[in-house]
Design a protein. Structure first.
Length: 665
């Protein structure tokens, strides 16, 4: 982090830094009023002492995660003013090429892992960066800024619990300006003693005057010392005032005049100037410094405004890296009879052995070896630093994986049940998936999420869903759905080698299924369907456990004189369009079979693609078999009435092959 240029070694330097932030924010407001950029911006006037004081206490190698009110933090991190202003003005020369804008800028090369416009979401990410620092013994500290409103977010609570338990080198700086957007904090919490919340979780909770950069610097320095000594995180509540509105267009109709006047009277930039003057710094000296700052801001603004808008031809770039190619594992090739669960275990073991940056964690994953035994013995073999249990905190699991991945780790985290992803989707959808795009391909979050899904007899609506379409909808994620022990093993190894976030939906129903699995030797790349069976009358395109039912159906159909091609897609993102084209070309009749509900299931996407690309080749409309749009009941008799089976697939495929319309949902 190139913070040190702005580090206030004394009050004069602090004044320069804080004034830089203030003048910068004033200029941003002017540029917005002049329509030099679109959208809203959250300015930090009145809060300048907190980023300036915090960064002054950290070293160039430390890290920071900021909120959307983050311009001051970016300046304190040493992000060049012109590139920062250009980003806010959504220009090509912005630090993120106009992809992040005011509220979502990132500059990891400067130690700024990112702003976050999802309230509180940065804390789990910062905890992950701190985890990476701890595992690598780097001595690095990670600071994260949040507002006081964010302390009520579940993700913040989860991250604090996680950080306390792992004793992570994390400093949470809470900028308590009293306003959670338009509502005073006292009106929306039972107790506004925010650092007491942290103390209750086993975290040092400290309060500081957020108007005084030197006091902030000292408290952060203490916290950083504790963190580097292995004494864990600190929650620092820095009280301050929001000098301006919540965002540029906010008229503050809700704010009492007296509160505004109090903020003006407490203006930390003006107060510091008065102190400096009283301490003997002359008006002339201060004026010179102020002119310097003025010139720097004017130059940055002029450069930003003169910069071109981003080239529309680049809008689709940097969503993904090229999928991980195959290659040699460097391990001797062998074959072993393994269950699906053991095949996953073996992939994890080999990746842990091959790559020191791989971490494996999740609920019950370490000591107990997972509720399905998939991670059994890994902790004994690789130690508690690399294979460990987490609190029941899915947002902390996924968010820390994002932060750790950004910092060079390869977290392979387990979310016990696919249904539980829903309580923490933010970290995958709003966070992990964005990083490559916003950073224009310079950074990414190459993490792997393993989860399992699907209905089995007795599983209820909250433990049965097939949610792959939900995540396959998100650009920036890769989605795999392995159906065999071989694929469960090989696709996981491919996922760990990939440079993008990957979610693998394993099939709980198949964990005990055995197969001879090829281990070592050649590593598969990410992507690519598998043709499980070839036949010219009808094609069944499928994935996950339904692929097995489809093979069974094809076998039964062969006995009735109907030859079916069965394509197991394996990966929904990237999608193997060529395999789908092959299936259409070969049969002109396609049935899509999946366990998820039919409406909005991934089959709808495949049907649409076939319609768009191969319409004239079709002899019949594309048909779908899936669960009807019904919640999943626990009773096996009811489940059987809903779930696709070899029988229902065979019936639908036969109808299609014989010239009818095949689907049944
Ligand atoms: C998860 C989430 N919920 C709500 C919002 C809308 N929102 C944006 S800023 C904000 C207020 C946050 O207040 P605080 O954390 O105190 O930070 P401050 O704005 O004072 O810096 C809200 C509710 C959001 N961006 N993200």
């Amino acid at each position: 982090m190139a913070v040190s240029q702005l580090a206030p070694v004394d009050r004069l330097e602090a004044y320069r830094s804080m004034l830089t932030v203030r003048r910068f924010e004033e200029r941003v407001l002017e540029l917005r009023r002049a329509d030099e950029f679109a959208g809203s911006t959250h300015l930090c006037a009145g809060q300048e002492a907190i980023p300036v004081g915090t960064l002054a206490a950290l070293t160039p190698d430390d890290r920071l995660v900021a909120t959307y009110r983050g311009h001051g933090w970016a300046i304190a991190c040493g992000v060049p003013l012109a590139a920062l202003m250009a980003e806010i003005c959504q220009r090509a020369t912005g630090i993120n090429g106009g992809r992040g804008g005011s509220a979502h800028l990132m500059a990891p090369e400067r130690g700024l892992l990112g702003e976050n416009s999802i309230v509180g979401a940065g804390v789990p990410i910062a905890a992950g960066a701190a985890l990476a620092a701890q595992v690598a013994w780097s001595g690095r500290v990670v600071a994260v800024s949040i507002g006081e409103g964010a302390t009520s977010q579940g993700a913040v609570h989860e991250a604090l619990v996680f950080a306390a338990y792992r004793r992570l080198p994390l400093v949470v700086v809470c900028e308590n300006n009293g306003w959670s957007e338009m509502t005073p904090i006292e009106r929306i919490v039972g107790s506004a003693d925010l650092s007491a919340r942290a103390r209750a979780l086993g975290i040092a909770g400290v309060a500081v005057d957020g108007n005084d950069p030197i006091a902030v610097r000292e408290k952060v320095a203490d916290a950083a010392t504790r963190a580097r000594a292995g004494d864990g995180p600190t929650f620092l509540e820095a009280t301050c005032h929001r000098l301006w509105a919540h965002y540029n267009a906010d008229t503050e109709h809700y704010r009492p005049k007296a509160d505004r006047q109090l903020a003006e009277a407490s203006d930390p930039v003006a107060a510091l100037r008065r102190r400096l003057f009283a301490a003997g710094v002359s008006d002339g000296e201060l004026g010179e410094l102020e002119d310097d700052v003025e010139r720097a801001i004017a130059a940055a603004a002029a450069e930003a405004v003169a910069a071109p808008a981003p080239d529309p031809a680049t809008a689709r770039q940097h969503v993904h890296s090229p999928p991980a190619p195959g290659g040699d594992t460097g391990e001797p090739a062998e074959k072993r009879e393994l269950t699906y669960g053991k095949a996953v275990n073996e992939a994890l073991r080999r990746e842990l052995a091959a790559r020191p940056e791989v971490l494996v964690y999740g609920e019950d994953v370490g000591h107990a070896g997972g509720i399905f035994g998939v991670t059994r013995t890994l902790q004994e073999e690789f130690g508690e630093q690399r294979v460990f249990d987490t609190p029941i905190s899915e947002a902390a699991i996924l968010g820390s994986a994002v932060g750790a991945a950004l910092e060079g780790m390869r977290p392979v985290v387990e979310v016990m049940w696919g249904d539980f992803l829903l309580v923490a989707l933010d970290q995958l959808v709003n966070q992990a998936a964005n990083i490559r795009y916003v950073s224009q391909g310079r950074h990414a979050a190459p993490l792997v999420v393993r989860t399992q899904q699907g209905a089995v007899p007795g599983s209820c609506a909250q433990h049965s869903q097939s949610l792959e379409a939900l995540l396959a909808h998100i650009p920036g994620l890769r989605i795999g759905v392995p159906s065999t022990p071989q694929d469960a093993h090989a696709m996981l190894r491919a996922a760990v080698a990939d440079e993008d976030p990957v979610v693998l939906f394993e099939a709980r129903a198949l964990y005990q299924r055995k197969q001879t699995v090829r281990l070592g030797g050649e590593r598969e790349g990410v992507g690519g369907a598998r043709v499980r069976r070839e036949g010219g009358d009808v094609a069944i395109v499928t994935w996950g456990p339904v692929a097995l039912a489809a093979e069974e159906a094809a076998e039964a159909l062969a006995g009735r004189g109907v030859e079916a091609t069965v394509v197991d897609l394996r990966w929904l993102a990237p999608l193997d369009d060529e395999a789908i084209a092959m299936a259409v070309g070969r049969t002109n009749r396609v049935l899509i079979a999946h366990e998820a509900n039919v409406t909005g299931g991934f089959g709808a996407e495949i049907a649409a693609r076939i319609g768009e690309r191969h319409f004239s080749d079709l002899d019949a409309p594309v048909s779908r078999v899936g669960a009807p749009d019904v919640r999943m009941p626990a009773a096996p008799a009811l489940q059987a009435a809903l779930l696709p089976s070899a029988d229902s697939i065979a019936r639908a495929a036969e109808r299609l092959a014989l010239g009818g319309i095949g689907g049944e949902g």
